[in-house]
Design a protein around this ligand. Sequence first.
Ligand SMILES: [Zn+2]
Length: 117
Amino acid sequence: MLLWLHEQLLALDPGYQVDVLKEKLGAARIRITGTAAACAEVQARVTAAEEQSTTVCEFCGAPGHRRTRSDAMAGWIKAVCDDCHRAWSHHSIMIINGSVHSRETGQGIDLGGLDST
Ligand SMILES: [Zn+2]
């Protein structure tokens, strides 16, 4: 998704730079600097990419939507698909420094001690 945006913006302005790019409340936040920043067409594409980011699973890229862990009333919001929402709610997958970690592979951190007796 972001690569698509990058190519679109490069076509419009080869000198553009991404100033802010972070995931917040399940949606990408993108700010563009450079000559393209004032261009309405660029802003429209950035807005479209931000909106699209709320419908794509952050773990696997499948269609999804913004949910909290276990659909709690409050908590961290991510855009997730149904399958990943289940795993995320069970704390079996997580995103660390932008990459997906799975508990089963042993790559993830141990959050727990819940049943470590
Ligand atoms: Zn997923």
